[in-house]
Design a protein around this ligand. Structure first.
Ligand SMILES: NC(=O)c1ccc[n+]([C@@H]2O[C@H](COP(=O)([O-])OP(=O)(O)OC[C@H]3O[C@@H](n4cnc5c(N)ncnc54)[C@H](O)[C@@H]3O)[C@@H](O)[C@H]2O)c1
Length: 437
């Protein structure tokens, strides 16, 4: 029996017995739910993060991730979950999941967080350890960037440790499809790695979908998000033309959605946001450009249209006020929804901010209202965050519904707002003054 065979058996046994030491690098929207689930199924788990603030909050039993309640977190802590900023707590791990940010910097992939995580893990690996990258990235990252860093840090060679990629499909705020019942794509740099990666996630989720290579798994994630990005751009562009043509885009979409095959429903809005859609397709476009010298035209076009939507909202608000003989300059505009989508507290890359900036640049006095976002999470926001109340609705010259959070009761908005631009079709069926996007 070779060393690799014996270590494979060892780690697979420890996974089956739930004694494998699991470390999750990055305790954010992706990493924290993975850590919680790993604790829940019985693994000893270290949740490692460089943010002292986040780790202090976790230790105090206070969750900053909407999908994880304080009760769940406290139960995990009681079961031995260890939130830590100490790299030494990673020593001798069996499975490490990397879920650190992968932003764009000046339009280019910024992989420095992945590099830092790999540099932290390398020296703490042992024969048979398994590293799984979960951060979204372009095809080739696991084998071309992560593997050499782990090998340099550990002194191990390919075959002596396990390495794979498994994209995260978490959908913040979605209570129907959770981490557990959403199929999880798994991959490895070799067969033994795939077996370990698949066994680990097989313990966490109902169904895994093993694929042939880490590059395939990396591309799966980018395909999914590029598909969504492009289709949202399609309905956004159509919404602008339909308005000019005097056709109701929302009823058109509802009717088209009755087709049981060959059509998938996407709806327009004030732009795309969050940590995925505005970023991931550009990772793919960058890789295509860098390796093939070609332009990924669908991505460029979708970026162009989706990035234009806040300007379009600005234009529609201006025209609504104009119809009432008011200028945008000096008007009070209340924006309902700062989060990038319904039901989440995440406002990273939110198009709501772009809308606010454009309105403010034209001299409007802008306020936000978002019951999902606690004041503590809005420190970097340049606009006041106010309560959702009839008084606020009444005092604004115009109200723009940007996110259809369930807390924004359309009946209340209809009753109290002077004029509304509804970018989500949430006011349909209510007698209100204003327009739908
Ligand atoms: N949020 C989503 O809905 C979602 C869904 C699918 C995939 N993803 C992808 O998952 C990855 C993580 O996203 P997220 O939303 O969880 O980000 P996040 O910003 O919420 O969390 C990342 C965490 O990593 C920590 N971190 C940064 N560098 C570190 C290091 N060297 N060592 C330890 N911790 C470090 C940060 O302090 C932060 O707490 C990204 O690649 C993202 O594109 C996100």
């Amino acid at each position: 029996m070779t060393l690799a065979d014996s270590t494979d058996d060892n780690i697979l046994n420890r996974l089956a017995e739930r004694t494998a030491k699991v470390v999750v690098i990055g305790q954010g929207y992706v990493g924290l739910p993975v850590a919680m689930r790993a604790v829940e199924v019985g693994f000893p788990v270290v949740g490692y993060d460089v943010s002292e603030t986040r780790i202090a909050a976790l230790r105090a039993g206070s969750s900053y991730v909407g999908d994880i309640s304080d009760e769940e977190l406290r139960a995990a802590l009681a079961a031995g979950y260890l939130p830590s900023t100490q790299a030494n707590d990673l020593a001798d791990f069996d499975v490490a999941v990397i879920s650190v940010p992968t932003p764009l910097r000046n339009g280019m992939p910024d992989l420095t967080y992945i590099e830092a995580a790999a540099a932290e893990l390398g020296p703490r690996m042992r024969h048979g350890s398994c590293v799984i990258l979960e951060s979204t990235t372009y095809p080739g990252t696991t084998s071309e960037l992560v593997a050499p860093l782990l090998e340099a840090g550990s002194g191990l060679s390919a075959g002596e440790y396990h390495l794979g990629y498994s994209p995260e499909r978490i959908d913040p705020g979605n209570v129907t499809y959770t981490l557990v019942n959403t199929p999880k794509v798994t991959s490895g740099v070799d067969e033994a790695s795939l077996a370990v990666v698949d066994a680990f996630f097989g313990a966490l989720v109902d169904q895994t979908v093993p694929v042939g290579s880490t590059a395939e798994a990396e591309l799966v994630k980018l395909l999914e998000n590029t598909f969504r990005h492009v289709n949202i751009a399609l309905v956004n562009e159509l919404a602008m033309y339909a308005h000019e043509l005097g056709v109701d885009i929302w009823r058109t979409i509802d009717a088209a959605s009755s087709k049981p095959f060959g059509y998938m429903r996407f709806t327009p809005g004030p732009g795309v946001g969050g940590h995925c859609l505005p970023i991931d397709p550009s990772y793919l476009a960058w890789r295509v450009k860098q390796h093939l010298g070609r332009t990924f035209r669908f991505v460029e076009l979708a970026n162009d249209i989706n990035e234009h939507m806040p300007d379009y909202v600005h234009e529609r608000v201006t025209s609504l006020l104009n119809d009432r003989e008011r200028s945008l300059k000096g008007s009070e505009v209340l924006l309902l929804g700062l989060a990038y989508k319904r039901g989440t507290s995440d406002w990273r890359e939110s198009p709501s901010v772009n809308v606010a900036e454009r309105l403010a640049a034209s001299g409007a006095v802008v306020e936000f209202c978002d019951p999902n976002i606690p004041a503590v999470n809005s420190d970097d926001l340049d606009f006041p965050l106010v309560e959702f109340s009839p008084e606020r609705l009444r005092s604004a010259d115009a109200v723009v519904l940007l996110v259809d959070h369930e807390e924004f009761d359309p009946a209340v908005v209809a009753e109290h707002a002077r004029v509304v631009l509804d970018t989500r079709n949430a006011m349909r069926g209510h007698d209100f003054t204003g327009e739908v996007l």
